[in-house]
Ligand binder design. Structure first.
Ligand code: TYD
Ligand code: ZN
Length: 398
C-alpha cells in the first residue's frame, strides 16, 4: 500500500497507465540502451485528499538536473509571466526594499521584470541555468536558511509549474516558513485537478507532475505546516491552472474565492470515488477512439503528424501505443528535441518547418494547451484543407 507523501495516510489508486518512460527522455536515433520505465499510476489520499502519483522517479533517473519547467517558446506564456510579475510589483512588492524569490528559473521572465522595476530578486535553480543570478540549489530548509541569512526575509516566494513536481513538498513549506517575512506569501500555480477531471485531460499525468492539487488538498497541506490557503485564482494557461496563495496561519483571512472554490469542489464531488472512476472510464474511451481514428485515417491513405512534442504527449502515445506507423513525425520548436525520438514510442521529432513541407492532412495537437496561439499561427494549414485532431475533452476533428 502506498502512503500519502503529505500526511502518511493510505493512498487509493484510481488510474494505472502501466510502465511508462520518462516524459523528457527523448532519444538519439542510434541509441539502443533500454529505456528506464516506471509505473505511472495515480491515487488519492484517504485522509487529506491529495491526488498524487504512486511511484516517484528518483532524482538520479531524471534528465533534468534542476527544476524542469520552461515557458515553452510560447508568446502567451511569456506575457502571462510578465503580467504576473507586474501584479506582484503592484501588491506584495510595494514595501520599502522588497525581496522577490522564485523557485525555478523559468527562463528568467518574472525575474527580469522584477529586476527592471528595481526590486531585489533571486531564484533557486539547481541546474545552474541562469548562472550568476540564481542560488544553485533546490529550495529546501538549508538553502532557504542560507538565503535568509544573506538577504533577509522574502516578501513573496513564487513557483510556476514547479511545486507539483516536488514529491517532498513538506520541505518546501518548511523552507518557506524560514525564508518568508511574517506577512510574506508563498504563491504557486500548477495544473488544477478539477480541470483535469472536467476536460478529461489525462495527459497532464506524467512523471514530472507528482501532485494534482485541489483547493481542499492544498488547504489541508498548508495547515499541517502552519500556513493557511488565503487566495485562489483560476488561470487560463496550460489547460487550466490554479494559483494558490499561502500565508502564515492567522495573518490573513481567506478571500471569497477560496470559500467559493472549496464549496464548488464539494458540490461537484471532485474527490468522490464515482467521479474518479468515471474519469478513468472516460480515459479508456478516449484511448479506444483515438487509436481507431488514427488507424482509419492511415488506412485511407491520409497523413497525420503530431504538433508539439510535449511532456503530455508521452502519456498519450505510450498509453495508447501510438508509434511511427500511425504518426510518422512530430514537429516541435524546441531545438533540443529536434532530430531525436519521442520517449518510448520513438517517433522522430522535426523542426516546425517540416510541418508545411508539405502540410499533412491531419495534425494531432499535442500542444493543445497552446491551441489558440498555434491555430492562429498555422492558419495556412487549415486554408490548405488541413484539419486538427484533438483528444481533449474527447476525440474530435476541427
Ligand atoms: P508545454 O506547453 O511546456 O507542454 P508540456 O509541459 O506538456 O511539455 O510544451 C509545448 C511544446 O510544444 C514545447 O515542446 C514547444 C512546442 N511548441 C511548438 O512546437 N510550437 C508552438 O507554437 C508552441 C506554442 C509550442
Ligand atoms: Zn494525505
Amino acid at each position: 500500500m502506498s502512503r500519502c507523501r503529505v500526511c502518511s495516510a493510505a493512498v487509493h489508486e484510481f488510474l494505472d497507465f502501466g510502465r511508462q518512460p520518462l516524459s523528457s527522455a527523448f532519444r538519439s536515433p542510434g541509441e539502443t540502451e533500454k529505456e528506464f520505465r516506471f509505473r505511472l499510476a495515480v491515487g488519492i489520499c484517504g485522509s487529506c485528499t491529495m491526488v498524487q502519483l504512486l511511484e516517484e522517479v528518483p532524482q538520479g533517473r531524471r534528465a533534468h538536473k534542476g527544476y524542469p519547467y520552461h515557458s515553452s517558446g510560447s508568446t502567451v506564456m511569456h506575457e502571462h509571466f510578465e503580467r504576473t510579475a507586474r501584479r506582484f510589483l503592484s501588491a506584495e512588492l510595494t514595501a520599502a526594499d522588497p525581496f522577490f524569490v522564485e523557485i525555478g528559473y523559468n527562463d528568467g521572465v518574472v525575474l527580469d521584470t522584477v529586476r527592471d522595476a528595481g526590486v531585489r530578486q533571486l531564484a533557486f535553480e539547481p541546474s545552474g541555468e541562469g548562472a550568476g543570478r540564481v542560488h544553485c540549489s533546490f529550495f529546501d530548509t538549508a538553502s532557504a536558511q542560507e538565503v535568509r541569512t544573506a538577504e533577509g526575509p522574502a516578501d513573496i516566494i513564487y513557483a510556476a509549474n514547479t511545486l507539483c513536481d516536488v514529491a517532498d513538498i513538506a520541505t518546501v513549506l518548511e523552507g518557506a516558513d524560514i525564508l518568508l517575512a511574517p506577512d510574506g506569501v508563498l504563491v504557486f500555480e500548477d495544473p488544477y485537478f478539477g480541470e483535469i477531471i472536467e476536460r478529461t485531460s489525462f495527459d497532464q499525468i506524467y512523471d514530472e507532475h507528482f501532485y494534482y492539487f485541489t483547493a481542499r488538498s492544498v488547504r489541508a497541506m498548508a495547515r499541517r505546516s502552519g500556513f493557511d490557503l488565503v487566495d485562489v485564482e483560476r488561470l487560463p494557461v496550460h489547460g487550466g491552472q490554479i494559483r494558490y496563495s499561502l500565508a502564515r496561519t492567522g495573518r490573513r483571512g481567506p478571500t471569497a474565492a477560496v470559500t467559493e472554490l472549496l464549496a464548488e469542489e464539494e458540490s461537484r464531488g471532485l474527490t468522490e470515488p464515482e467521479t474518479l472512476n468515471g474519469f478513468t472510464a472516460t480515459v479508456a474511451t478516449i484511448r479506444t477512439e483515438l487509436v481507431e481514428l488514427l488507424r482509419r485515417l492511415t488506412r485511407e491513405g491520409h497523413r497525420v503528424v503530431g504538433y508539439g512534442a510535449t511532456a503530455k504527449s508521452s502519456t498519450v502515445l505510450n498509453y495508447c501505443g501510438i508509434g511511427p506507423d500511425l504518426v510518422p513525425l512530430v514537429c516541435d520548436s524546441t531545438p533540443s528535441k529536434q532530430g531525436r525520438l519521442t520517449p518510448g514510442t520513438h517517433i522522430p521529432v522535426h523542426p516546425p518547418q517540416a510541418f508545411s513541407d508539405p502540410y499533412p492532412d491531419y495534425a494531432l495537437l499535442f500542444a493543445w494547451n497552446h491551441a489558440e496561439e498555434v491555430m492562429a499561427k498555422e492558419q495556412a494549414f487549415r486554408e490548405a484543407g488541413g484539419r486538427w485532431i484533438l483528444y481533449v475533452p474527447d476525440v474530435h476533428i476541427v
